[in-house]
Write a protein of this length. Structure first.
Length: 274
């Protein structure tokens, strides 16, 4: 899920690895007595890659930003085209090596090994942090049933649609608040999918009051009083969004706030309602 748990918080892997890489490059620069600031070179490389990756991502999802242009600057959704960012990093590094022949060997000795180490660490962490690929054998209480007969329901019960999106959230979670309108709109745009708002650890009264106050309506609001799904996924941070196919296999996920653009990217394999 591309996030690790540190001191009770969910921290995205990519920024964490970039920070570690920057510190390692600074250390190697000192040890090798580089005649120039290697950290400055690294920061410019990262900045150029991020900006280009963000620009390409925005252009690919321009429709999602038409109604809210300021959202382009809101990078909390981590909307970056990874291929554009990687290509920019390679081109920028090649340009540096070409323009600085006297420093070429030192640049390659420091930045290239750190880049390979960071990339390998990312692949390993992504594989290790990925939650189980199939739905858990867990049952929950729907919000409507909680006020009547307290009947339980499982994730397998209504899995006849093309996909099922499960969003773990809580009323005390600010990023959850910000992405609620995005999920509500997507629920109407993708009627072939099932959208489940799985509240973590709160009572029916608290959830009902929150939805009513914010004028939010969802077809499926379930209660996970013991936060079982958070434990199952291995991710304590909220919000967490998981997408399953009709066979109940995990096909994608996102840790943290979803913007309209990032959600449309996650659902790009399905056609929205015209």
């Amino acid at each position: 899920m591309e996030a690790v748990q540190l001191f009770g918080a969910s921290v995205p892997v990519v920024p964490l690895l970039l920070l570690a890489a920057g510190l390692l490059i600074a250390l190697l620069g000192k040890l090798l007595r580089a005649p120039f600031d290697v950290s400055d070179v690294f920061l410019k490389l990262v900045l150029a890659s991020f900006v280009m990756g963000r620009v390409v991502f925005v252009l690919l999802h321009l429709d999602a930003y038409r109604d809210n242009g300021w959202a382009v600057l809101d990078i909390r959704d981590r909307g970056v085209d990874i291929y554009a960012a990687l290509i920019t990093a390679v081109v920028y590094l090649a340009w540096l090596v070409y323009r600085r022949p006297a420093q070429r060997r030192l640049l390659l000795q420091i930045i290239l090994p750190v880049a390979l180490l960071s990339g390998g660490s990312y692949v390993l962490l992504k594989s290790y942090l990925r939650p189980p690929s199939l739905w858990p054998d867990l049952t929950f209480v729907t919000l409507a049933n909680e006020t009547r007969s307290s009947q339980t329901v499982s994730l397998q019960t209504d899995a006849q649609r093309e996909f099922t999106l499960v969003n773990l959230w809580a009323t005390w979670c600010p990023p959850c608040h910000r992405e609620m309108p995005v999920l509500a709109a997507a629920q109407h745009e993708f009627p072939q999918g099932q959208f489940i708002l799985l509240n973590q650890g709160e009572s029916a009264e608290v959830v009902s009051e929150y939805l009513l106050e914010n004028n939010l309506q969802f077809e499926q609001v379930w209660l996970d009083a013991q936060s079982q799904f958070s434990q199952f996924s291995g991710n304590r941070g909220l919000p967490l969004t998981l997408i399953y196919d009709k066979q109940g296999k995990l096909i994608d996920g996102h840790v943290g706030q979803l913007s309209r653009a990032t959600l449309m990217e996650k659902l790009s394999g399905f056609k929205p309602k015209k």
